[in-house]
Every structure is written in structure tokens, then in C-alpha cells.
Write a protein that binds this ligand. Structure first.
Ligand code: NAD
Length: 255
């Protein structure tokens, strides 16, 4: 059990990568707070995820782009488990649009969840970790697009590029408190965010052509790196991005 008795908050954990991380953390002995945004049947899904844990967990409703929600979420976790050791900023979204058509609304929506949301979750978690001491782990689910351009996703790329620098700054600023900060940068992972590509054979063919391992990754393959970064085994690991991309970032010139 690599996370025995640790307390973790995972944002956007009702789906995809966040769900896999929450489930794996619980399997490794952690008490996990499953954050979900109140929409559709998210509350019910989050409740079922927590019920399946071998450890005691909890659900926490909240929109990561709202400071009050995030501070309340952290307070709820501390009220139940007495502390917070690990925060995974996973909640995210993307809007595909040609740059010339992007509206302020599109831009603000993506930046407020992916970048501001990660900032405010990291700050609320770090304040708690500093208060309780000693040490903790902040993990951000970034993207290969913290580095690689992606036409028609300018806001998404800007948010993840910003997340790269946010994490690197926090790694320095929070080092005196023994808080380790790292990014996980997935490539193409089979989750609902990619449903339109997964449903489109032509788009799939193009996507797979760019992935040396020739397949999409599974959310569980992201979770296994998250467990390492959250565990005591990674106590000397801070300020880095870990790519989980089947080789996607090692672009080969094909002409
Ligand atoms: P997903 O759509 O299954 O999960 C995204 C989650 O974020 C959902 O649970 C959604 O409800 C939640 N969310 C969105 N806005 C929120 C808000 N304001 N407050 C709280 N929760 C909110 O997709 P996923 O692939 O699991 O995405 C998880 C993270 O991984 C995202 O940050 C995404 O950018 C990143 N990522 C995914 C891939 C991929 O190929 N799937 C690649 C790179 C990065």
C-alpha cells in the first residue's frame, strides 16, 4: 500500500483520468475526496465511485473555477479526515475553434477551469498543508500541449502552458515546506474528452499515426504515474513534467 492513510483530493474525479486516479489512490490505502461539478448525474456517479473504494472516502461538490467552492471543498476534507496530504488538479476542459473565431467567453471558460482552477486548488491545498506540516504533494494534470502547439486549441494550449510555469514556480516557492509539485502530461488517453475522435475512424487513423506506440493510453496508465508522484517514494521529485504519451512528444519528421 503506497498511500496508506494519506488524504487526497482529486478534482473532476467523476470521469476519465480523475476517476482512475481516485480509484487507484484508494486501492493504495488513501482516503480520497472525489470532487465533481454539479451537473447531470455527476453527484450520483461520484457517490458510486466512493462506494466502490476499499477505504473511507467522500464526495465534494464544487466548481474549481470558483474560489469559494474550492476553499469549502478543502475545509470539508479537513473536517472529515483532519488533514490533506495530496491534491490532484485534474478538472479540465477544451474548446476547439479556429483562433480567428475564438470569443472572450470561450477563452475565459477554458482558462478559468484549467489554469485559474489549478491555481486556486493548489493555493487552498498548500495553505492547509503548510498549516498542518510537514510536507505534501501537488500534482497537476497538464497535457503534452503544455509544450506542443495544437491548431484550433489556442486557449487549451495557453492554459496548459501556463500550468507548466505555475507548477515550476510552486516547486521553488513551496520547497521550504517540503511540498513537491509536478505535472503529468498525458498524450491521447481514451476518455470522454476525446469521444469525438474515438468515434471518428478517419480522425483516429490520423491520431494513431502520430503515436509511436500506436494506440491511445488508458486512464489507469496515467493513474500509475500519479501514485508514484503522490507517494513517499517521490519525496525528492519536484518541478518536473512526466509525459505519458506513447512517444507522441518525440515527433518524427515524416517527409
Ligand atoms: P473528462 O472529460 O473525462 O474529465 C474532465 C473532468 O473535469 C470531468 O469530470 C468534468 O466534470 C471535470 N470538470 C470540468 N470543469 C470542471 C469544473 N469547473 N469544476 C470541477 N470539475 C470540472 O476528460 P479527461 O481526459 O479525464 O480529462 C482530465 C484532465 O486530463 C483534463 O485536465 C485534461 O485536460 C487532461 N488531459 C486529457 C487528455 C486525454 O487525452 N484524455 C490529454 C491531455 C490532458
Amino acid at each position: 500500500m503506497r498511500l496508506k492513510d494519506k488524504v487526497a483530493l482529486v478534482t473532476g474525479a467523476n470521469s476519465g483520468i480523475g476517476k482512475a486516479i481516485a480509484e487507484r489512490f484508494a486501492a493504495e490505502g488513501a482516503h480520497v475526496a472525489v470532487n465533481y461539478r454539479e451537473r447531470a448525474n455527476n453527484a450520483e456517479v461520484a457517490g458510486q465511485i466512493v462506494k466502490s473504494f476499499p477505504t473511507e472516502g467522500m464526495t465534494v461538490a464544487g466548481d474549481v473555477s470558483k474560489r469559494d467552492d474550492v476553499e469549502r471543498m478543502v475545509a470539508q476534507v479537513v473536517a472529515k479526515f483532519g488533514r490533506l496530504d495530496i491534491a490532484v488538479s485534474n478538472a479540465g476542459l477544451e474548446i476547439k475553434k479556429p483562433f480567428l473565431e475564438v470569443t472572450d467567453d470561450d477563452w475565459n471558460k477554458v482558462l478559468s477551469v484549467n489554469l485559474y482552477g489549478s491555481f486556486v486548488v493548489a493555493q487552498a491545498a498548500a495553505r492547509q498543508i503548510v498549516k498542518q506540516g510537514p510536507g505534501g504533494k501537488l500534482i497537476f494534470i497538464s497535457s503534452v500541449h503544455e509544450d506542443i502547439p495544437f491548431p484550433e486549441y489556442a486557449s487549451y494550449c495557453a492554459s496548459k502552458g501556463g500550468l507548466r510555469m505555475l507548477m515550476r514556480n510552486l516547486a521553488i516557492e513551496l520547497a521550504p515546506y517540503q511540498i513537491c509539485c509536478n505535472n503529468i502530461a498525458p498524450g491521447a488517453i481514451a476518455t470522454p474528452i476525446n469521444q469525438s475522435v474515438l468515434n471518428d475512424p478517419e480522425a483516429m487513423k490520423n491520431a494513431l499515426g502520430e503515436i509511436p506506440l500506436g494506440r491511445f493510453g488508458r486512464p489507469e496508465e496515467v493513474a500509475s504515474v500519479a501514485v508514484f508522484l503522490a507517494s513517499d517514494e517521490a519525496d525528492y521529485v519536484t518541478g518536473s513534467t512526466y509525459y505519458i504519451d506513447g512517444g507522441l512528444t518525440q515527433q518524427v519528421t515524416k517527409y
